[in-house]
Design a protein around this ligand. Structure first.
Ligand code: S5P
Length: 282
């Protein structure tokens, strides 16, 4: 049957990739298909948001290169929070170079992403060598990689035969490292046929309940549109959750802002889970 008819638990049981299996198990355990994208530029805010929403998420997504005061202590504290609250970590690095270069970017530099991030992602623009390069680092560590098959922003070029090439690359991947996609729809079943071959998880950004987009091309849909109507697996929410921290009032009264962040986290968690329950067969 279609992946959209199956429970997260049954999919976890047959998931070969360790990171994706842990993610599906965590989703089931916490009844949360919410990933919060914490796109803030200092350590304190990043850790405070993670601590606030931690109980309500399966996954925290980072852009580690925007953190001005980054150091390895941040990674240690983030890892401690992931254990305290039971969530996985997804560094949204969007690798996009030849295999040899991405293997170095993934393992080394100041960020040493592979050492702490359970999941990362890559563009297929350079061809399948990017998977070989990243897998040489990540697969021995039990990490997982998502291919950016579709993007949320207006005018994105990730469509048609490019999207299909990403799907083929994921289905044909022999490293075991590719475990799914960033996509806006159930791309692995785009031909209308159930994907019975290989379970692939679909994580979807561009999710908001209150606004339709931003001034730079971002486009939002609701958790129900993403999970129930489009058959995706995880909602990724950034400003919809942490936004109150960025306002002048939020900067003045951080405690009140963090309380609002926690509240939004609960709201999106509930919306995402309700949409999942609504898509399962009666
Ligand atoms: O197509 C995409 C892919 C990604 S990973 N569109 C996106 O918006 N993202 C990321 O999701 C983006 O980099 C940002 O970190 C997050 C969306 O943030 P929001 O504040 O718009 O919810």
């Amino acid at each position: 049957s279609s992946i959209t008819q199956q429970t997260y638990a049954s999919r976890a049981a047959r998931q070969p990739n360790a990171a994706a299996r842990q993610l599906l198990e965590c989703i089931e355990r916490k009844q949360s298909n919410l990933c919060v994208s914490v796109d803030v530029t200092n350590k304190r805010d990043l850790l405070d948001v993670c601590d606030a929403v931690g109980p309500d998420v399966c996954l925290i997504k980072t852009h580690i290169d925007i953190v001005s005061d980054f150091d390895m202590d941040l990674v240690e504290q983030l890892t401690a929070l992931s254990k305290k609250h039971d969530f996985l970590i997804f560094e949204d690095r969007k690798f996009a170079d030849i295999g040899n270069t991405v293997s170095l970017q993934y393992s080394s530099g100041v960020h040493r992403i592979a050492s702490w991030s359970h999941i990362t992602n890559a563009h297929l623009v350079p061809g399948p060598g990017i998977i070989t390069g990243l897998a040489s680092v990540g697969q021995p560590l039990g990490r997982g990689c998502l291919l950016l098959a579709e993007m949320s922003s207006a005018g994105a070029l990730t469509k048609g035969s490019y999207t299909q090439a990403c799907v083929e690359a994921a289905k044909n991947d022999t490293t075991g490292f590719v475990c799914g996609f960033i996509a806006m729809s159930r791309v692995d079943e785009a031909d209308g046929q159930p994907n019975t071959a290989k379970d692939l998880v679909i994580l979807t950004p561009g999710v908001g309940l209150d606004v339709k987009g931003d001034a730079m091309g971002q486009q939002y849909r609701t958790p129900d549109q993403v999970i129930r109507e489009s058959g995706c697996d995880v909602i990724i929410v950034g400003r919809g959750v942490y936004g109150s921290l960025m306002t002048p009032e939020g900067k003045q009264d951080k405690q009140a802002a963090i309380a609002k962040v926690r509240e939004q986290g609960r709201r999106y968690k509930q919306a995402g889970w309700n949409a999942y329950l609504a898509r399962l067969p009666g």
